[in-house]
Design a protein. Structure first.
Lengths: 108, 716, 135
């Protein structure tokens, strides 16, 4: 193996190790494990909320393009909004949980 | 440089293996730093493989025949564009492309989701890195592109002439993009199952990748069909070849998934079904790569007897994917319960469900037919295969139902459609279908082919349904904003890209199937044997063989014909089909015979039109030349290439001066062009749906900012 | 009818449709596929006039043109036994020596005559001509 090739390989290997190890080098000494669940709960509910909003918008679209009658839309809209409220309530709860965990971590 | 390339593959394998370990450890010990490190391993794999790919590509461009794969797939006379693309005509190069695309799309997916789905991504990372490791092992152990050849030959074999076509240059890249993009949803599905995080968020994260995979596969399939039509000299665009079927299967399940996903997003139903579809699509994508790359269906004996390593590796991978998927879905069935029930069979959910069943049934038919040689060998001991007629018997009715559903889906209401609704929404589309039926019956002889007739009517139904949706949406928007009609349509579509993109796809598919139905039911194909001056008659055309042609290029000899086409006494054009002969390097043949007995490709003479295509290919009879060819080889076999060039020119000249009768295949095919037009419409719709909606992007940005703001005080 | 029962009925209907399709697929594929034969099998025994689906490889150096008619031999995938084929018509571009072909043939005298338009070559676009050296 000639020298240039050897140097190129070493450089590539070094770059790969450098990139991969960056988070481990940056991690503060004695960092505690973090529980991703509360944050994930929040994100999951946020996604559910967005989906529900979209559904409400779609129902409105269906009403305007004549796929839903006015009565049907009223009933459906009410259900959807109730479901959205429920998600929002859960979301507030989940956010509070996540904050508790966050602050718990920063004090520890 | 060969050494550097090998080292790159080894580094990539090491990084992938490390990344799998780091991701899994990080998930288990809840150490985000390790998970981040695992994600970066994927970026590193991408970077390193990109270097390896660039090395190989530069070897192709420089015609460095010390690379074995360059010597056997390229040559100095290959045009530069095809030198670049020759890399994926080889087994080794295409597997390298696979891993490059996989690492690229995976890096993108992981980058986009790195702050979300914290529980899911470690497992998804591990799965994606597992694929990368698998392909790195394949490359290192079974198909190493960095294999030296010695002695270094002065000239390479050259790219298979059939692949010297722009379609074929892009087609593999598109298919591989589709296959590798399908790996991303697969990995996230495994991650979601493993982490028991089966809510709405992972679905939202992969939807775009599923759509991109669907789009790339679709484009790849269509390019392949077009290539077959203009290059393979048989005039068809689809032959149910295993390699075509391989790409069609994941496309079908992917299409099913894109529909059923909406039911889950809206109603929280069908979770098991959706996750199974994602897993099936990913597995079928790997299966597709396997079929294409191993040739297992062609040479089953080689597969079993000689122990084809690649085939066994793939079989193992697929077995692990299938078994793992089933085990995971089964063990997580509690978290996959539906939140709702189907309200009514007259609802969009039910139509989507039916569409899913039809698509999966189609996929199953294709699967059965493709694997029938293996199935029959296992059961009866003889390897039998089924042909296109067997496929059409099932796929044609299923496709007709599918097109019908493509029209019903967009206009029926979610949850429950009332009779008044149905009447209001279906009057126009059904009317359009009936008008089409009456018009076709009165004005044409379409009644001869009831299945094609049904397809035409259903397509009219779909187009009317989509048109009605667009008009009503624009009208509703105008009522609110008082925009002009065109700008109302534009802003309507812009604000609902996913919805109207989808409708556009439906319209495109309907148009495409009109082309398929018309061209397969009403085409006339015949072979004629003509001498110059003679005329063939087909489908109202009179085609006269005017004169033969011969042309010498640097790497091929083209023999062809000038055909004059007349219709109803009028000249409507001239067609010039030719057949190109490429030299073979077979040592047992003389240099001149090597040209005419080597690989030959058709350049078809095509008169494409919106109403019909006139397709011609020529098979020159070189029998009378044989005598001269053998004599030329005897006398000039050891002469230099210049002399041989003169001899070949003389032979071509002889062909033109004393033309023997040539065989022509002439196909008069109605509406073929609409297949390509329809696919353009469909892919336009797919792109529209894929494009990020501006409003959503902004909302996401502000949400992230708010989330950041919420975190700051907590830290302080 | 109560919803649970209705759903069960739907499930049964869907499942039986699936079973029916699977059964039809299995039945028709086994009956429709004309039996594939290898050249050595045909060389040993072939009833004149009966149609066989022949698969094998085109023997190197065996292709001859006789006007519009093509004469060539097809051999076993691994082996030397071969049978002569007479085929009239346009062959697909990928057709060449050494290529794997499938063709429906009938025995007529000493040769096997290919049915028009039945000759298929395996798609060449994906795999390389020569088998992978290390495999």
């Amino acid at each position: 193996m000639d020298l240039v090739a050897f140097l190129v390989v070493v450089a590539l290997l070094g770059a790969a190790v450098w990139i991969i190890s960056a988070p481990l080098r940056r991690e503060p000494e004695g960092a505690a494990p973090t529980d991703p669940a509360p944050a994930a709960d929040v994100q999951q509910l946020e996604a559910a909320r967005d989906a529900k909003y979209r559904e409400i918008r779609d129902a409105e679209m269906d009403l305007r393009t004549g796929k839903l009658s006015r009565e049907d839309h009223r009933a459906m809209d009410a259900t959807l909004r109730a479901e959205a409220m429920e998600i929002l309530r859960d979301l507030d709860e989940a956010r509070a949980q996540a904050e508790v965990q966050d602050s718990g971590q920063s004090t520890s | 440089m060969i050494v550097v390339g090998r080292a790159c593959l080894i580094i990539a394998l090491a990084a992938a293996l490390y990344g799998i370990g780091a991701s899994l450890y990080g998930a288990r010990a809840r150490r985000q730093a390790w998970i981040d490190s695992g994600r970066r391993a994927m970026y590193a794999v991408f970077g390193i493989v990109a270097v390896a790919f660039a090395l190989l590509e530069s070897a192709f461009l420089r015609s460095d025949f010390s690379f074995d794969v360059v010597a056997s797939h390229s040559s100095t006379t290959t045009p530069d564009f095809y030198k670049v693309t020759a890399i994926w005509s080889s087994q080794e190069g295409s597997l390298l492309l696979w891993i490059l695309l996989l690492a690229g799309f995976s890096s993108l997916a992981l980058r986009l989701s790195h702050n979300r789905l914290r529980e899911v991504t470690p497992y998804a990372q591990a799965v994606l890195l597992g694929f990368a490791a698998f392909f790195a092992v394949l490359l290192l152990g079974f198909a190493n592109p960095f294999q030296p050849r010695s002695p270094v030959p002065a000239e390479g074999t050259g790219l298979n002439p059939l692949l010297r076509h722009p379609m074929m240059a892009i087609h593999p890249v598109m298919l591989y993009s589709g296959y590798t993009l399908a790996a991303v949803p697969f990995a996230f599905a495994i991650g979601a199952l493993a982490a028991r995080r089966l809510g709405a968020d992972w679905i939202a994260a992969i939807r775009r990748f599923s759509l991109a995979a669907w789009l790339c596969l679709g484009v790849g399939i269509l390019l392949g069909a077009r290539w077959s039509y203009v290059e393979l000299g048989w005039g068809g665009y689809w032959g149910w070849d295993p390699v075509e079927n391989a790409s069609l299967m994941p496309w079908l399940t992917g299409t099913a998934f894109l529909h059923s996903i909406m039911i889950q997003e809206k109603r929280g139903m069908l979770k098991v079904w959706n996750v199974s579809l994602v897993l099936a699509t990913g597995t079928l994508a790997v299966l597709g790569t396997f079929l294409v790359r191993s040739g297992v269906l062609d040479s089953i004996h080689a597969f079993v007897g000689e122990g084809n390593g690649i085939a066994w590796m793939f079989t193992g991978l697929i077995a692990v994917m299938v078994a793992g998927s089933i085990a995971l879905v089964y063990s997580r069935r509690g978290s996959l319960r539906s939140e709702h029930r189907l309200d009514s069979l007259w609802s969009r959910e039910a139509v989507f469900l039916l569409n899913n069943l039809v698509l999966v049934a189609l996929c199953f038919v294709v699967f059965w037919g493709t694997f029938f040689p293996l199935i029959s060998e296992a059961i009866t001991g003889t390897k039998a295969s089924v042909g296109p007629p067997w496929f059409s018997r099932y796929t044609v009715p299923l496709a007709i139902v599918l097109v019908l559903l493509a029209g019903i889906g967009p206009v029926i209401a979610w949850r429950r459609a009332t009779t008044a609704n149905l009447r209001r929404n279906f009057a126009v589309p059904v009317g359009a279908g009936l008008v089409a039926l009456v018009a076709l019956l009165l004005l044409t002889d379409a009644a001869r082919k009831p299945l094609a007739l049904a397809m035409f009517c259903f397509a009219a139904f779909v187009l009317a349904a989509v048109g009605q949706e667009l008009v009503r949406g624009a009208r509703a928007r105008r009522a609110m904003t008082r925009e002009s009609p065109p700008s109302a349509v534009v802003s309507l579509v812009r604000r609902n890209r996913r919805r109207y993109g989808g409708y556009l796809v439906h319209a495109g598919i309907a148009v495409l199937f009109v082309g398929v139905a018309a061209s397969s039911a009403f085409q006339h194909a015949r072979d004629f044997r003509l001498s110059p001056g003679q005329t063939a008659r087909i489908g109202g055309y009179a085609i006269t063989y005017v004169k033969p042609t011969a042309k010498l290029a640097s790497e091929k000899v083209s023999l062809g014909a000038v055909l004059r086409v007349r219709q109803g006494g009028h000249d409507v054009g001239t067609l010039r089909p030719t057949r190109g002969y490429y030299p073979t390097l077979a040592p047992d043949k003389g240099p001149v015979a090597g040209i005419f007995d080597g690989q030959a490709t058709s350049e078809v003479g095509l008169r494409a039109g919106l109403r019909r295509d006139l397709w011609t290919a020529i098979e020159p009879d070189i029998g009378p030349l044989q005598r001269f060819i053998s004599e030329a080889d005897r006398r000039f076999g050891n002469a230099g290439p210049d002399v041989q060039g003169v001899v070949v020119a003389a032979l071509a000249q002889r062909y033109v001066q004393h033309p023997p009768p040539a065989t022509f295949r002439i196909i008069d095919s109605p509406l073929v062009t609409w297949i390509w037009i329809g696919s353009f419409i469909a892919f336009g719709g797919g792109l529209l749906a894929l494009w990020p909606a501006p409003a959503v992007a902004r909302r996401r940005a502000t949400a992230a900012a708010r989330a950041g703001a919420a975190r700051e005080p907590a830290r302080a | 009818m109560d919803p649970a029962r209705k759903r069960r009925i739907r499930l049964v209907v869907a499942l039986s449709a699936a079973l029916l399709l699977a059964g039809a697929l299995a039945y028709t594929s086994f009956s429709a596929s004309s039996e594939a034969r290898s050249p050595s099998q045909l060389a040993r025994s072939a009833t004149p006039g009966q149609s066989y689906q022949l698969t094998g490889k085109v023997v190197a150096g065996s292709i001859r043109h006789e006007g519009p008619t093509l004469l060539f031999r097809v051999r076993d995938r691994s082996g030397a036994a071969s049978v002569p084929i007479r085929y009239t018509g346009v062959v697909p571009d990928p057709f060449r020596e050494g290529r794997e072909v499938i063709v429906n043939v009938r025995k007529q005298g000493g040769v096997f005559v290919g049915e028009k338009d039945s000759l298929v070559t395996k798609c060449p676009s994906k795999f390389t001509d020569k088998p992978s050296r290390k495999a």
